[in-house]
Ligand binder design. Structure first.
Ligand code: PLP
Length: 390
């Protein structure tokens, strides 16, 4: 029995070696602090859970759901876009589709638009699915480096014209995982203009749009005039409302993009349990006060990490959004060497920057997914191990 060749093309799981070491240390009884995964450790808000319980008890939620999401769900998503971003008038029938969390819908849009010979334009470092989905679709990817000097924004003038002409999708994600970088509406406008020029579907992965601090509110790319002709935006309940396990989100924007995605999905999945769609509606309607309460937990953790890193010699700014701190490794180390050191000497798990692409080399990522006292403990262990940035 042989695997299809496409599986050979999927890059090896970079965290395999870290996982192996973690098992080894766990077996020795080491108390591990896991700041590796971007998975909120706090429960889903009460109002969402209560809505779900009631919905499960209602038998009308038990049959096959509509492929695109219930009308109620799509209308609530459109209302959320209007209320939160001022993006009004999205048509729930043609400009919104539900997703089983963003991941599947990211993968599936490639199947709708990319074929052999086509290019995708994807950032590096980035969420790995943009790259693997290109491979699954049989296309080629051109990476857009995210470098600190450029605010971790792709430099569109560096994309070769021949590549742009063959490109079908361009991916961005702001607030950004893993760098924590932000993008302005002016930058979004540049992207819209670029994608219109080359007729590229602009895909914005906006998974962290509610995970922002210090009063900052990330924009939607659909706020740019005319963006709806060329751009789609991915929203997910996962990170914002501590709902990673529920698997629910939506995609909004360009009707052609939504149609293509819907056509693939209709043939691949059978929608989201209606009770979960109702729960998601409750999540979209989370009050500003409740949202602030959820985010203040991460903001406080962020401040402890930043203060700790600074006390160890790092010169680093606090990110205004996301669940992550993206920090340089001290000189003399590769990313992999440094995260191995953190694991072996301090029992701290963090992913190496190069796990997100070659331009992530030289960095590591800290996820704000452990309690304050564990962060203090992590900093204490680093201090005692003599780890400093110089
Ligand atoms: C977590 C994450 C996702 C996936 O979210 P789901 O909705 O849970 O599938 C997508 N994109 C980025 C950048 C993420 O960090």
């Amino acid at each position: 029995m042989q695997f299809a060749k496409r599986l050979d093309k999927i890059p090896p799981y970079l965290f395999a070696e870290i996982d192996r070491k973690r098992e080894e240390l766990l077996a020795k009884g080491v108390d591990i602090i896991n700041m590796g995964v971007g998975d909120p450790d706090k429960p889903t808000p009460d109002h969402v859970v209560k809505t779900a319980i009631e919905a499960i008890q209602d038998p009308s939620t038990h049959d096959y759901p509509p492929y695109k999401g219930t009308k109620e769900f799509r209308t609530a998503a459109a209302d959320y876009m209007a209320k939160r971003f001022g993006v009004t008038g999205l048509d729930p029938d043609t400009e919104i589709v539900s997703s089983i969390g963003s991941k599947e819908a990211i993968h599936n849009i490639f199947l709708a638009f990319v074929e052999p010979g086509d290019y995708t334009l994807i950032p590096d470092p980035a969420y790995p699915v943009y790259r693997t989905a290109t491979i699954f679709a049989g296309g080629d990817y051109h990476t857009m480096p995210l470098v600190e000097e450029n605010g971790f924004l792709p430099d569109l003038s560096k994309i070769p014209t021949e590549i742009a002409q063959k490109a079908k999708l361009l991916w961005i994600n702001y607030p950004n995982n893993p760098t924590g970088a932000l993008a302005s509406l002016e930058y979004f406008k540049e992207l819209v203009d670029f994608c219109k020029k080359y007729e590229i579907l602009l895909c914005h992965d906006n998974a962290y749009t509610e995970m922002a601090y210090d009063g900052y509110k990330p924009p939607s790319i659909l706020q740019v005039e005319g963006a709806r002709d060329i751009a789609i935006e991915y929203h997910s309940c996962s990170k914002s409302y501590n709902m990673t396990g529920w698997r629910v989100g939506f995609v909004a924007g360009c009707a052609k993009g939504i149609k293509g995605l819907g056509q693939v999905k209709t043939n691949v999945d059978s929608g989201i349990f209606k009770a979960i769609q109702r729960a998601a509606i409750a999540a979209f309607q989370t009050s500003e006060a409740d949202l602030q309460a959820l985010m203040s937990v991460y903001q406080k953790r962020r401040d402890i990490v930043i203060e700790g890193l600074r006390s160890l010699g790092w010169q680093i700014e606090a990110p205004k959004a996301t669940l992550y701190i993206w920090a340089r490794v001290p000189s003399g180390y590769t990313s992999t060497e440094f995260v191995t050191l953190l694991l072996e000497k301090c029992g701290i798990i963090v992913p190496p920057g190069n796990g997100y692409g070659e331009y992530g080399e030289g960095y590591f990522r800290i996820a704000l997914t452990v309690e304050d006292d564990r962060i203090h403990e992590a900093i204490k262990r680093m201090t005692e191990a003599g780890i400093r940035y110089q």
